[in-house]
Design a protein around this ligand. Structure first.
Ligand code: PLP
Length: 432
């Protein structure tokens, strides 16, 4: 068996062999790490090795792994009932969850459709926009990741393999995402180039565009932070052309960037919001939100079996309460600022660190061949990830050669520094 990064321990190897026999090979794994347990910002493998987790189970463990208050809420609910069939019956918990969630969102949001994952939250947003506007087309960005079911996948354009044999897609037009490191001579220039291109796309189908989906910080595509002027310009073009602006906050939401919605960093209000990942404190949960006016679809036009699941809603309520009580947004902003400062110092020291960008605790470190050519250094990125894993730090990649940093939002300054010490050591090792 071929291992990714270092050779794992004996217990891990046994599970990896069983996994290889029965689990679909379509999943991408970055490490041979075999999960045993997790607490707070740490994870342990089945051979007892402890890691600091800068991946947060792919931005899910915002409130930390095995959060005691989420566990308590789930345990309490499991005794009463796990599932009520919310698509056919009524229950208080899903209503309470949505009532509480709405308090975190712009006042224009009145209603939610509940689901179990990011792709379902997006799928619902996509269908809602088409239902409400009765229009056909959608605009999404190059490099976007919105999920893998066919509606979401039609908008996803992150890695070619994700779309390879799945056409025909739904009618989606793609346009460049404002990446100031790679497009234009300055942020302003980047904004102008990308808005021009978007405007041309809009003109080509002017009267038939239902929605535009944007990740306020592009996640899987490389943790790219667009200029404020770009996001504001997108809003303006949507307003001028009667297009619903849908924010994919599946990864960037729930205080990951310091604000509950990443869109708040740009002072832009979306018409539709899609949330998942961190919202359930580790339990599968998705939500699609909009105003009452937009959410005008009729019974039967969209539903599911597991949306409003009682365990998920109990976990969601506990997660929201914990986020507010512990001021996780403030912590994300504070620790993120400290980490960005240190990472910029690291960038100045190493030729292969091309760009450091981020909002709160959604930080990308782009690895390049050298600062002048900015050529992607895929192999070096992989070597850094492996070296860090060897030293006890779990990281993830994003985009072609970016390292993504998305620790639990409960992280302390000391844990942040420890992780960055390991990352710097690993960059140093690969640089030499
Ligand atoms: N949207 C964004 C921005 C994501 O990052 C992801 C997953 O990484 C999704 C949608 C899809 O979520 P899921 O994998 O839960 O379907």
């Amino acid at each position: 068996m071929k291992f990714i990064c270092r050779a794992p321990g004996k217990k891990s190897i046994k599970i990896l062999e069983r996994d290889q026999k029965v689990i679909s090979p379509s999943i991408t794994r970055e490490y041979s790490f075999v999960f045993s347990r997790a607490k707070g910002c740490n994870v342990w493998d089945v051979d007892g090795r402890k890691y600091l987790d800068f991946a947060a189970a792919v931005a899910v463990a915002g409130v930390g792994h095995s959060n005691p208050e989420v566990i308590k809420a789930v345990k309490k609910q499991i005794e009463k009932g796990v599932h009520c069939g919310f698509s056919d019956f009524y229950a208080e918990l899903p209503v309470e969850f949505v009532e509480q969630l709405l308090a975190f969102l712009p006042k224009s949001m009145d209603k939610a459709f509940l689901s179990n994952s990011g792709t379902e939250a997006i799928e619902a947003g996509y269908k809602l926009a088409r239902w409400h506007t009765k229009k056909k087309y959608t605009i999404a960005f190059e490099g976007a990741f919105h999920g893998r079911t066919m509606g979401s996948l039609s908008m996803t354009k992150s890695r070619p393999v994700q779309r390879e044999r799945y056409s025909p897609f739904l009618p989606v037009m793609h346009t460049p995402y404002a990446n100031p490191y790679r497009i234009g001579k300055s942020s302003g220039d980047c904004t102008n180039i990308c808005l021009d291109s978007l405007e041309k796309k809009i003109k080509s189908k002017k009267r038939d565009i239902a929605s535009l989906f944007i990740e306020p910080v592009q996640g899987e595509g490389g943790y790219i932070v667009p200029p404020k002027s770009f996001v504001k310009g997108v809003r303006k073009l949507c307003d001028e052309n009667n297009i619903l602006l849908a924010a994919d906050e599946v990864q960037s939401g729930c205080y990951r960037t310091g604000k509950f919605l990443a869109m708040e960093n740009f002072n832009v209000k979306p018409d539709i919001v899609c949330l998942s990942k961190a919202i359930g404190g580790g339990v599968p949960l998705g939500a699609t939100l909009a105003s009452e006016e937009i959410m005008d679809w009729v019974p039967g036009s969209h539903a599911n079996t597991f949306g409003g699941n009682l365990l998920a809603c109990a976990a969601g309520i506990a997660t929201l309460k914990y986020m507010r009580k512990k001021k996780l947004g403030e912590n994300a902003a504070k620790i993120g600022k400290h980490m960005m400062k240190r990472l910029n110092e690291i960038k100045d020291k190493y030729e292969i660190v091309g760009d450091v960008r981020g909002l709160g605790l959604m930080i990308g470190v782009e690895i390049v061949k050298n600062k002048k050519t900015k050529n992607h250094a895929e192999l070096e990125r992989k070597e850094i990830l492996c070296a860090a894993e060897e030293k006890g730090l779990i990281l993830l990649p994003a985009g072609r050669s970016t390292i993504r940093i998305c620790p639990p939002l409960i992280i302390t300054k000391e844990q942040g520094d420890l992780g960055l010490d390991i990352l710097e050591d690993s960059i140093d090792q690969v640089s030499n």
